[in-house]
Design a protein around this ligand. Structure first.
Ligand code: SAM
Length: 228
C-alpha cells in the first residue's frame, strides 16, 4: 500500500494518474488541521465583496492511499503470501479512521528538524504504522525531506529506507531522525489520543471520532439487541 499527500485541489489529478498507471485508489486518510492555505477571498477586491470566498478555507490534507493490485485471489491469500495488500487497524478492536485530527507540527519537532514540510509525529506514526498490515516489511519514503516519515517508522519499530535529492536535507534528516523518533516514548501510532506539548486530545463518546472508532453503532441495534 502506498500513500501520497497533495493539496486538495490537485487530488483528482494524482488519483487519475495513479489509476492510469495501474494502481487501485483505496480511499484517503484526511489529516484535519488548520493551516494557512487560503485563496479565500477575491484578490484585491476583499473590501468590495466582504462575504465572498473563492474556495472554502482549507482545514485538511488528503493523504491518498493506493494499492498495487493483489496477485492472489483474495486479500487473505495475499497477506499470507506477501504480507501486503491491506492496512493495519489501530488494534484488533479499534478500526483505522479515515480522518485524524493532526494539529500543527509541534514546535519541539520543528526545533529538531528545520524543513518546510515537517509533518507531526502523532499523525505520521498512526499513518506509517497502518501501512504494514501485519507489521512486517519495510517503509520506503522516496521524498524523505527531514525524515518525519522515517522517524515515525523508527518509533513504531519498522524498518525504513529514505531517499532525498537535496544533500542539505539529507544531512538534516540524518541528524533529525533519531531526535524525532525518540520523542513521545511509548507512542507507537496505535491510538488516536496522545499528549503533545502538554495538550491531550480526548474524544467524548458522542463525537464523530468516537463513533468512527466504535465497532458498532448503538443506533443500529434493535430493542431486542439484534443488529439491524
Ligand atoms: C514534501 S517534502 C517530504 C517530506 C517527507 N516525506 C517527510 O516525511 O517529512 C519533499 C522532499 O522531496 C525532495 N525531492 C524532490 N524531488 C525529489 C526526487 N526526485 N528524489 C528525491 N527527493 C526529492 C525535496 O527535496 C523535499 O525535501
Amino acid at each position: 500500500m502506498s500513500v501520497w499527500l497533495v493539496t486538495p485541489i490537485l487530488q483528482h489529478l494524482v488519483q487519475s494518474a495513479m489509476a492510469a498507471a495501474g494502481f487501485e485508489v483505496r480511499s484517503t486518510i484526511v489529516r484535519l488541521y488548520y493551516g494557512f492555505r487560503g485563496g479565500d477571498r477575491p484578490k484585491n477586491a476583499e473590501a468590495e465583496f466582504p462575504e465572498v470566498c473563492v474556495s472554502p478555507k482549507g482545514a485538511y490534507e488528503p493523504w491518498m492511499l493506493f494499492r498495487k493490485p493483489i496477485s492472489e485471489r483474495t486479500v487473505a491469500e495475499n497477506l499470507r503470501k506477501w504480507k501486503t495488500g491491506a492496512l493495519r487497524r489501530l488494534a484488533a478492536d479499534k478500526p483505522l479512521p479515515d480522518a485524524i485530527s493532526g494539529g500543527r507540527t509541534p514546535k519541539r519537532e520543528e526545533a529538531i528538524a528545520d524543513h518546510p514540510c515537517l509533518k507531526p509525529q502523532h499523525f505520521m506514526r498512526i499513518l506509517v504504522r497502518a501501512l504494514l498490515p501485519l507489521g512486517q516489511g519495510t517503509i520506503l519514503d522516496p521524498f524523505m525531506g527531514a525524515g518525519s516519515t522515517i522517524a515515525a517508522a523508527d518509533a513504531v519499530g519498522y524498518d525504513a529506507v529514505g531517499l532525498e535529492l537535496d544533500a542539505e536535507y539529507f544531512a538534516l534528516a540524518q541528524e533529525s531522525i533519531p531526535g524525532l523518533a525518540a520523542l513521545y516514548p511509548g507512542f507507537r501510532g496505535e491510538e488516536i489520543e496522545v499528549e503533545l506539548n502538554g495538550h491531550v486530545e480526548h474524544f467524548q463518546a458522542n463525537t464523530q471520532m468516537a463513533l468512527a472508532l466504535a465497532e458498532s453503532s448503538t443506533s443500529y441495534r434493535a430493542q431486542d439487541g439484534r443488529r439491524r
